[in-house]
Design a protein around this ligand. Structure first.
Ligand SMILES: Nc1ncnc2c1ncn2[C@@H]1O[C@H](COP(=O)(O)OP(=O)(O)O)[C@@H](O)[C@H]1O
Ligand SMILES: [Mg+2]
Length: 266
């Protein structure tokens, strides 16, 4: 099964009249099958809006988003969202949190159990099945959030700054785990980050958005630079000294920086 996403003239305004906020200007774009797209841009430029429109949670003001040619009209288990603040159920155990999406989608019990067990193992949560979120570190909670979305085997994985709250070490571990799970499962990934380094490290392509109302400013084909042995297949620490990596990181950083308005009066 392929998974392509196409934006046709997609724009978003919040509110009406003089109070209207234009969050996203008309956007046309195609995301390829199993692509890992990283999205960067200044705060408030419409990144989350673009993700929410893709998830089906928000209906765009104009245009439509097509998933394999079919308009996206509602959220569903084929499109999983991971947020920065995890949003785990505090009163449910690790197992119950991961199982939740499968239950509400009425999967048979055997299938649910097999899948939950598989992803608990894959995310290194074995032995913690019956703990509650408050009994886990931030990094482990984030793994539960990731397991909970992967267990749905979504065709589209939407990640909104999922690692922003993690320290550098846990972030590096989670990036590697994400790549490992993704290479087994190959969802199409849209991943928002404010870390230019993370964007260049993980992306097949990096989308840079302009300041609000957001537009696509530039799309950088990282895969064309790395070739078959992509940076994400090696630890970031090893890649960081690569001159090609540094050049791209610099390029993307300059592109984002020029979109950040200088502080008024500063
Ligand atoms: N539900 C909403 N109602 C009104 N304004 C919103 C709403 N959601 C987002 N916005 C506005 O739209 C703009 C883009 O927001 P957002 O997509 O969250 O930006 P980003 O994720 O890039 O920081 C911002 O100016 C924000 O205040
Ligand atoms: Mg956002």
């Amino acid at each position: 099964m392929t998974t392509t996403i196409e934006y046709r003239n997609v724009s978003m305004s919040f509110g009406t009249g003089a109070q209207a906020v234009r969050a996203l200007d008309p956007t046309n774009f195609k995301i390829g099958n199993q692509e890992f797209l990283m999205i960067v841009g200044p705060s408030g430029c419409g990144k989350s809006t673009l993700l929410h429109v893709t998830s089906g949670l928000l209906k765009p003001t104009t245009g439509e988003v097509l998933l394999d040619g079919q308009p996206i009209t509602a959220p569903g288990p084929d499109k999983a969202l991971v947020f920065q603040n995890f949003s785990l159920f505090p009163w449910k155990t690790v197992w119950e949190n991961i199982d939740f999406g499968l239950r509400i989608n009425n999967l048979p019990r055997d299938e649910r159990e097999a899948r939950v067990r598989h992803y608990i193992k894959l995310t290194g949560l074995s032995g913690f099945e019956h703990r509650y979120p408050r009994q886990l570190s931030g990094g482990m909670q984030q793994r539960v959030a990731i397991a909970r979305s992967f267990v749905l085997r979504p065709r589209v994985l939407l990640m909104d700054e999922p690692f922003a709250a993690l320290d550098a070490q846990n972030r590096a571990i989670m990036q590697e785990e994400l790549v490992r799970i993704w290479s087994e499962q190959r969802s199409t990934v849209l991943f928002i980050t404010h870390s230019v380094e993370e964007a260049v490290y993980l992306a097949d392509r990096v989308m840079v958005m302009s300041r609000r109302p957001g537009q696509i400013k530039e799309v950088i084909d990282v895969g064309a630079v790395t070739g078959a042995s992509h940076w994400r297949t090696r630890p970031l620490n090893d890649v960081a000294s690569d001159a090609k990596f540094q050049n791209l990181r610099h390029h993307v950083w300059e592109s984002v920086r020029s979109e950040i308005s200088p502080l008024v009066g500063a």
